[in-house]
Design a protein around this ligand. Sequence first.
Ligand code: FAD
Length: 420
Amino acid sequence: MKHVIVGNGPAGVIAAEIIRGRAPQDEIVLIGSENAPPYSRMAIPYLLMGNIQEPGTYLRKDPNHFQQLKIEQLHGKVSVIDSKSKKIVLEGQSEKPISFDRLLIASGSVPIQPPIPGMNLPGVHPCWTLEDARAIARVAKPGARVLQMGAGFIGCIILEALASQQVELTVVEMGDRMVPRMMTAVAGGMIKQWVQDKGVRVFTDTKVEAITQAGSALNVQLSNGKSLEVDLVISATGVRPNIDYLNTSGLQIDRGVLVNERMQTSVKDIYAAGDVTESIDFSTGTRIVNAIQPNAAEQARIAAINMTGGDAQTLGALQINVLDTLGLISSSFGLWSGAPGGDHVEVIDPIARKYLRLEFLGDVLIGATCVGLTEHIGVLRGLIQGKVALGSWKRVLMHHPIKAMEAYLARGQAQSTWMN
Ligand SMILES: Cc1cc2nc3c(=O)[nH]c(=O)nc-3n(C[C@H](O)[C@H](O)[C@H](O)COP(=O)(O)OP(=O)(O)OC[C@H]3O[C@@H](n4cnc5c(N)ncnc54)[C@H](O)[C@@H]3O)c2cc1C
């Protein structure tokens, strides 16, 4: 059996290793298009902070790791997948197609490039690859003027790394708050206040309208009438599944590659895992693109088991977002913005910078948002993922949401004992 894996990020690497563990005799080919050994994008902020060097981002530190596991690594960009003849082609190598018995698509996401004049100027970069990080690190020195477009999940993570380099940082977000697609209005507002207090200039409800060259600097025109001269623009305006090369593959694709609970695509023997997929949301049962690393790792595990004759299924992707923004920890879970017919409770302590909002449907906790509270993270996840019927504890939580731990001990534990 020959397994070919397109993409050598976390999903591709984890799948290759699990396949090897389960099928010692099978052939495994791991293909990556970037000029680096398999690495973790999550480590890029630490590289920008100077806490690690490039080898610190590598997913496996031993240079012989893949060779020892008899995982063949190929460098190249897959440009065609022919699902009928079970062959793939690397860019520029159409005369040498590679055959497969089972294929895993793990090609991740790509940054969205907003249609703004000047996005292609030198000095404007996304922050997605090691190559981007190298370009950013060359300019983001103490005192450099940096404008970051976008204050979403990845934007907030990069912001932390940039601020640590003592750059003069301005963040521009077109939403009405920071992390608008991941946190409630109160939480987004608290994060904005926190980073402003740390010396970062933040414009929300503001768009970048154009970027022009101004000598060796860049001039950035904002929708609020201001224009700023900066040395570097970082575009963190979101990512989308990396699917353009799959146009002729015959796979069912919407926003991402559609997979079922076994990570199977619409074509037999072709699986997909990680950021490239559009999978099933745990909370709603509808389709979701959940581009975070724990999701990629879990999907890779499930795909690898099924590719080697096992039977593994996901319960669905549960949205869990944990963010450290210049030391302020925030998190959101599940249906954090609530559901029709549901109710919620919210407590705010602006002085202590603590906030908790719980969303319920009936007596079940379906979502939550926290700022400045870390001790509840596991419990909230447990209550949501377990779909725990809270009974009378719902009323207690509506009055004292902070008692989530007691509710979990009373109801969550009881339920798991009963289920066992
Ligand atoms: C700065 C930054 C910080 C982040 N921080 C966090 C965090 O704190 N928590 C979190 O959960 N997530 C974080 N993420 C997101 C996380 O990195 C991704 O969810 C994760 O990398 C997804 O893994 P993947 O294997 O699906 O895709 P990727 O890591 O994107 O890997 C895909 C690989 O496929 C290769 N490839 C693509 N197309 C082809 C092709 N046609 N042929 C061959 N190879 C191809 C790519 O070059 C890449 O190496 C962060 C991302 C960035 C950029």
